[in-house]
Design a protein around this ligand. Sequence first.
Ligand code: NAD
Length: 510
Amino acid sequence: MNDEQEHDGMRTIGHFIGGDDVEDGARTQPVHDPATGRVSARVSLASPATVERAVTAAQAAFAAWRATQPLTRARIMFRFRELLERDAARIAALISAEHGKTIDDALGELQRGIEVVEYACAAPELLKGEFAKNVGPAIDSWSEFHPLGVVAGITPFNFPAMVPMWMFPLAIVCGNTFVLKPSERDPGAALAIARLLAEAGLPDGVFNVVNGDREAVDALLIDPRVQALSFVGSTPVAEHVYVTATRHGKRVQALGGAKNHAVVMPDADLDNAANALIGAAYGSCGERCMAISVVVAVGEAVADRLVALLAERIARLEVGPGTRPGVEMGPLITQAHRDKVRACVESGIEEGAELVVDGRDLVVPGHEDGFFLGACLFDHVTPGMRVYREEIFGPVLCVVRVASQEQAMALIDAHEFGNGACIFTRDGEAARHFTDHVQAGMVGVNVALPVPVAIHSFGGWKRSLFGDLCAYGPDAVRFYTRRKTVTQRWPGGGVREGAQFAFPSGASGR
Ligand code: NAD
């Protein structure tokens, strides 16, 4: 069966299980082109039985995959990387058509995903373990890193290619098999990736995709064969996933929402700061977990000047369909999400913030039914307002005015989320104080989107991450493996021991 069946002229996007395209024929929901508002396909929503089938396929593939040399696994990743480069334009177009982001932005997310694949190509080095000779008489000791078994990934709509690639490349090279449950709002990229992995030579069942909603997620959370679960999405769902899956004995990392603050100091280069902030706030229509959604201006003069510079740049912002050359900001993901963001803007007005730029009436000619919302800029926002407290996940930037760096940092520390934070300054001491003390997991100095590169790991603090280990990089190698430490004695060379009753230690010569 082909996973993209035609029903009443409408394409249905199915699942990829054990190397086969599968459609379970149960519930479906529409997938939209956010730039036109039209339904472009329907996505099949997996039943628990389909999830069970995917986990069974992954479980069946595990024994052989676990026994496959890390070098062989890495070589498949090398080939996969080449195929991603070959098909980058096609996948970026697919992402843009379902998500709405610009083609350049889609290529950017793909590139960031490829960097994780490149890191995963170091599997033989990453998995070589730790060795200590002569920890006792004729005793050597080493740690090995074993795969866990079947692991699952549940991902959000906003990076349909990159976030899955934060997870499966490392999970797979570490010897695990994988079940991915992508966002039902833009499911196409995950299936394209599954096909490329198969083309790269990945054995059937090592990587499986089940499309679906809460029903599919809940089936994964309780399946005893799923050993570990990586989740990225909103905080309420992250918490639900973390609590439920840990209760079922799984290892879990659940990355949640954000409200990323940018502190602008009086000595900052304001033109540079405004340029960086405009992209970080409105790029991808604000639908990034590292988007800047709050600017904390230190001093009234900085605030006045910055608001003017931002408003000037917003006026020049090119909004339209992501596939049109020159467009800088596309539509929001769905009509429902646009309505939610718009309601949030209205709450800001009601609560007394000053709406300096109002994007609510934006119309993109020829795309009247698209899910567009123009860039909005609020000034004089205060911490009690909904626009400040909540993650809006749209093109809405709030300016909060404070008198000192300490006040700015106190705001960040008091916020529920602690994903990213950055400071714009020319003062090294101020920057060092900020990076040392601010309560956030990813920190920028004159960098508005401090997304860690693939050799580090990605994760926030507070309610932006449930669990101990971050996504990709060195943390992911630890997350997707379990340590086994072997202590081995081969007596020889006259080393002989009688019975010993004291607890063995280095001092006693064991
Ligand atoms: P979401 O929480 O609605 O969905 C994420 C995943 O969970 C999807 O696969 C979805 O099908 C599933 N899901 C949704 N509701 C569920 C429920 N009640 N029970 C079980 N599963 C459920 O998130 P989204 O709207 O797709 O993505 C946007 C959110 O993701 C934002 O909050 C954003 O900050 C966050 N995000 C965080 C990071 C990070 O690294 N911290 C990265 C990207 C996105």
